[in-house]
Design a protein around this ligand. Structure first.
Ligand code: ADP
Ligand code: AMP
Length: 216
């Protein structure tokens, strides 16, 4: 299965990508995570991306396209993949199509997770993750079973993203509407778009995604 998850920042793409990854055994690829890892390792690419990310702006197309090109060439993508946070511009979508065409790969679906802005803000401002394994949590909606202990790896250190603040989220939402939104009619015209109401619980949204994908 070759999938794209679309949706505003904080809509739940990463959360659902993780669930699909568990259900289907295909890798979830987040350009945001790859950029944050690059920054943590102090690579040139990470340092170049930092100012854009901190300001809630999109990182230039050539950087993220390069990331996706390298990542899709890896062995674990042979049987499928879930793209989370890519493409984010029409140009990225067109280049992705060319890339996949050259490999003889067809996308199976593009799932747009729809969540209104008021909910987005609450989701992003409450988001945090385990420092050791990256498992995502939320202050209110996705708490670890034991307070302060990661369900997945037992880690006790957590972090919040520097770009998860009110001003940056506002910029990210403006950019989403202006730059990413045009990819929705693009995929609709191709007959690939499936829309999901993302306002229910994580499990409710996951059930809807599963039924679209014909899982279960
Ligand atoms: P995205 O990858 O689209 O930026 P995330 O998957 O990181 O968004 O979700 C943002 C925050 O909202 C996380 O803290 C996550 O735990 C929480 N979240 C995700 N989906 C839901 C949901 N359906 N209901 C409530 N909270 C959710
Ligand atoms: P995310 O983790 O998806 O919320 O992305 C965090 C940040 O990384 C974004 O606000 C952008 O600055 C950058 N980013 C991630 N993916 C892309 C992309 N496909 N195109 C441009 N910038 C991106």
């Amino acid at each position: 299965m070759k999938l794209i998850l679309l949706g505003a920042p904080g809509a739940g793409k990463g959360t659902q990508a993780e669930v699909i990854c568990k259900h289907l055994g295909i890798p979830a690829i987040s350009t945001g995570n790859i950029l944050r890892e690059a920054l943590k390792s102090g690579t040139e690419m990470g340092l170049k991306a930092k100012a854009f990310m901190d300001a809630g702006q999109l990182v230039p197309d050539e950087i993220v396209i390069g990331i996706i090109k390298d990542r899709l060439a890896e062995e674990d993508c042979k049987n499928g993949f879930i793209l989370d946070g890519f493409p984010r511009t029409l140009h990225q979508a067109e280049v992705l199509d060319e890339m996949l065409d050259r490999k003889g790969i067809n996308l199976d679906a593009v799932i747009e997770i729809q969540v209104p802005d008021e909910i987005i803000m609450e989701r992003i401002l409450g988001r945090y993750a385990c420092m050791k394994c990256g498992q995502g949590y939320h202050d209110k909606f996705q708490k670890p079973k034991v307070y302060g202990v990661c369900d997945v790896c037992g880690g006790t250190d957590f972090f919040r993203r520097v770009d998860d603040n009110k001003t940056t989220v506002q910029n990210r939402l403006v950019n989403y509407r202006a730059l990413t939104y045009p990819t929705i009619p693009y995929y609709e015209k191709k007959g690939l778009l499936r829309c999901v109401d993302g306002t229910g619980t994580i499990e409710a949204v996951s059930n809807k995604v599963d039924s679209i994908l014909g899982i279960k």
